[in-house]
Design a binder for this molecule. Structure first.
Ligand code: GLU
Length: 570
C-alpha cells in the first residue's frame, strides 16, 4: 500500500499514519532515547514572581560586538532587572560560517568593559553559570534532536533528500517566474509526501537528509502578534517547510532558538528588527512544539547620519569604526559614559529620571520597553562626548588618575610610564580644577589625557612660540620681563592674580575687562591678554586649567626657563 504522509491523507488511516510516523522517528533518530517530557523536568518553569521577565541576549560567536549588540543586551538586562526577572547570555553557534575561533571572548570582554552583567549564561570561553544550560547551542544537540524526533512522531516534520543543486534550481525557477512566495512549499516541496518505503530506500542508499517542518500555514490567513515596542503586527502565516535540522544534525537558528527559549523559560524575546519577517515562522514552530509563544519586542537599529543631507544608515561593521564596542574601549570612553548615553537612546524618559536621580546607578533605572522608539535611533558621537565630559568632570583626581593609568597601561605605554613615574605629581595635574563647583570639562575619554597634559612633561612638550590675540612682540616682552621680576612661586591663586592685575596699568593694559570693552582705544589690551601671554609662554596654549596651579606644579626653575625662552623666541 502506498500511504502518503501528508495530512490530507491523515484522516483516511490515522492510526496507520501515526505508526508510520513513529517508525520514521525511530529510523531517523535511533540514538535519541529522551523525550520532551524529560527536558520539561530538567528545566522546570522558573520560580519567579508574577510579572518577572526572563530575557536573553543571543549572539553568534563572531568575535565582534556591535554597538547595536550592546544596545540590545542593555535592553535585556534592564528589562529583567526592572521586573525582578532573569537575563542570560546564550551563544548561538549553529551557523559555522559566522563563527571564528574563540569568537566568544571578545563579546564577553565587550560586556565586561561596559559593566553589562547577565544573571546567567556564558561567562567566558567554555565557562558558564545558571541552571538552564548549557547556554551554548552546539552543546545542546540532544535537546534539539529530541524535540525534532517528537515532531516527526506527530507528523509535523519530515526528512528532505533534495540536493543543493535541486534546491538552487528551484530557487532559480521561482525567481525567473517572479513567484511571490519563494521557498520549499506546495508543488516545490518534493519530499513532503514521500512514502515510508521511499524514505527507507533513500536512507538505505545513504542519501543525506535535512529535516523540514511540515507547515500547515496558509498565506490567505494572518498571524497577529503584539510587539511590545511596535504594537500589533499582522503578517501572512508561514507556508514554508523550513529546514529545522541540517544534514549534519545541527539545527537552524529558527528551530534552535524556539527549543532554547522554551526550555530556558524565556518570557520576552527581545531582538533586532531584522527578525520581524521570520516571526510567523517562529510562532508556527512554537505552536507545533506545543510551547507557549513568548512575547516579542523587536528593537530598532542603531543608525548614523550619512553625509550632510540628513540621510540615515545602519552603523556598519565594515565602514564605521564606532560600530564596534571595542572602539570605545580603545578610545578609553568610560563605561559610565557609554551606558549613560545608550540609555538616552533606549528610553525617552531616561533623561528626566537622571535629573531626578543624579548619581543613581544606571541599572536601577525603571526601564520600560514600551518607551522605546520603534524607529532607528541615531548614534551621535558628539552627544556621547558631551555626556562623557560631564561624567569625567565629576570624578575626583584619584579616580581620573586610576582610570587613565588602567587604560594607558594597555593602549598608550608612553603615557603610562610618564604618569606612573611620579604619581603624586600626576595626581596634582589631574586634580587641578576638580572637586569644585564648576569643574572643567576637557576630557571625554582617557585617550585625550595625553593632549591635556603635554606641558607637564618635557618628553611631550614641543612648544610653539606665538603671540596671543593682538598683543605685539614688544608688549609681550615687557609683560614677561615684568612678570619675571614679581613672580613668586609661593603666591596663592589670589595673590597671583592680584599681581597680574597690578602689572596691567604700568604696561598700558587695564585690569578691568569691562572698562576695556567700553573704551578699547584707551588701552593696549586687558588683564586677560596679560595673563594669556604668561599662559602661552609657560604652556604654549591659550586655554588651560588654572595657570597658577600649573606653575606651582612645574616649579620655579622650569617656569623661569620657559618665560625666558619664550621672550627670546618671539
Ligand atoms: N543569533 C541571532 C543573531 O545573532 C540572534 C537572534 C535572536 O536574538 O533571537 O542575530
Amino acid at each position: 500500500m502506498n500511504i502518503k504522509m501528508d495530512k490530507n491523507y491523515y484522516f483516511s488511516d490515522e492510526v496507520y499514519m501515526l505508526n508510520n510516523y513513529e517508525t520514521l522517528a525511530e529510523l531517523l533518530f535511533p540514538d535519541i532515547t529522551k523525550t520532551p517530557e524529560d527536558y520539561e523536568n530538567i528545566y522546570p518553569p522558573r520560580p519567579l514572581r508574577e510579572g518577572a521577565r526572563v530575557t536573553r541576549f543571543a549572539p553568534s560567536p563572531t568575535g565582534y560586538l556591535h554597538i547595536g549588540g550592546l544596545f540590545g543586551a542593555l535592553t535585556d538586562v534592564l528589562t529583567a532587572r526592572a521586573t525582578g526577572g532573569v537575563s542570560f547570555l546564550r551563544i548561538e553557534d549553529t551557523d559555522k560560517k559566522r563563527e571564528i575561533d574563540d569568537g566568544v571572548s571578545a563579546i564577553i570582554e565587550g560586556f565586561r568593559a561596559f559593566g553589562v552583567e547577565f544573571d546567567e549564561g556564558v561567562t567566558g570561553f567554555g565557562t558558564e553559570k545558571g541552571d538552564y544550560g548549557p547556554y551554548t547551542q552546539s552543546r545542546r544537540a540532544e535537546i534539539y534532536q529530541t524535540i525534532a524526533k517528537s515532531l516527526v512522531k506527530k507528523g509535523l516534520a519530515y526528512p528532505c533528500f533534495c540536493t543543493s543543486d535541486e534546491l538552487s534550481a528551484m530557487r532559480d525557477e521561482q525567481e525567473n517566474s517572479g513567484a511571490l512566495i519563494r521557498g520549499y512549499f506546495g508543488k516545490w516541496a518534493k519530499c513532503r509526501n514521500l512514502t515510508l518505503d521511499e524514505i527507507k530506500k533513500n536512507l538505505a542508499d545513504g542519501k543525506p537528509w535535512t529535516l523540514r517542518f511540515r507547515s500547515d500555514g496558509s498565506d490567505d490567513k494572518k498571524v497577529i502578534f503584539d510587539d511590545i515596542i511596535r504594537g500589533k503586527i499582522e503578517m501572512p502565516e508561514n507556508t514554508i517547510d523550513e529546514v529545522i535540522l541540517k544534514s549534519d544534525g545541527i539545527p537552524t537558528y529558527h528551530f534552535a532558538h524556539v527549543c532554547d527559549d522554551h526550555f530556558m523559560r524565556t518570557t520576552h524575546v527581545i531582538r533586532g528588527e531584522e527578525w520581524i519577517s521570520s516571526t510567523p515562522k517562529h510562532i508556527a514552530l512554537f505552536k507545533a512544539c506545543g510551547y507557549k509563544v513568548p512575547k516579542y519586542a523587536h528593537t530598532p537599529q542603531v543608525m548614523k547620519l550619512d553625509g550632510d543631507d540628513g540621510n540615515k544608515r545602519k552603523l556598519s561593521k565594515r565602514k564605521d569604526p564606532e560600530a564596534a564596542v571595542s572602539y570605545f574601549v580603545e578610545k578609553g570612553i568610560p563605561k559610565e559614559s557609554l551606558i549613560e548615553y545608550l540609555l538616552t537612546l533606549l528610553n525617552s524618559n531616561f533623561e528626566d529620571w537622571r535629573r531626578a536621580n543624579p548619581g543613581a546607578n544606571v541599572f536601577s533605572f525603571p526601564f520600560n520597553l514600551k518607551k522605546m522608539s520603534s524607529s532607528g535611533c541615531l548614534f551621535d558621537l558628539v552627544k556621547l562626548t558631551d555626556i562623557s565630559k560631564n561624567i569625567i568632570s565629576e570624578m575626583n583626581g584619584e579616580t581620573v588618575l586610576a582610570r587613565t593609568l588602567e587604560w594607558a597601561e594597555t593602549y598608550d605605554k608612553e603615557l603610562f610610564d610618564l604618569m606612573d613615574r611620579d604619581r603624586a605629581y600626576t595626581l596634582g595635574i589631574l586634580s587641578i580644577d576638580r572637586d569644585c563647583p564648576k569643574p572643567r570639562k576637557d576630557i571625554a575619554m582617557w585617550s585625550q589625557v595625553k593632549d591635556y597634559i603635554p606641558y607637564f612633561y618635557d618628553e611631550l612638550y614641543h612648544p610653539e612660540y606665538f603671540l596671543p590675540g593682538s598683543v605685539t612682540s614688544e608688549d609681550a616682552k615687557a609683560i614677561i620681563d615684568k612678570y619675571i621680576e614679581i613672580y613668586d612661586e609661593n603666591d596663592d591663586k589670589d595673590a597671583w592674580f592680584a599681581k597680574i592685575k597690578d602689572m596691567c596699568a604700568p604696561l598700558g593694559f587695564t585690569p578691568n575687562v569691562k572698562e576695556y570693552k567700553k573704551n578699547p582705544e584707551l588701552f593696549k589690551g586687558h588683564v586677560g591678554d596679560v595673563s594669556s601671554v604668561i599662559r602661552v609662554a609657560v604652556t604654549s596654549r591659550t586655554n588651560t586649567p588654572d595657570l597658577c596651579s600649573i606653575m606651582k606644579l612645574l616649579g620655579r626653575d622650569k617656569v623661569i626657563k620657559r618665560l625666558k625662552t619664550f621672550r627670546e623666541e618671539i
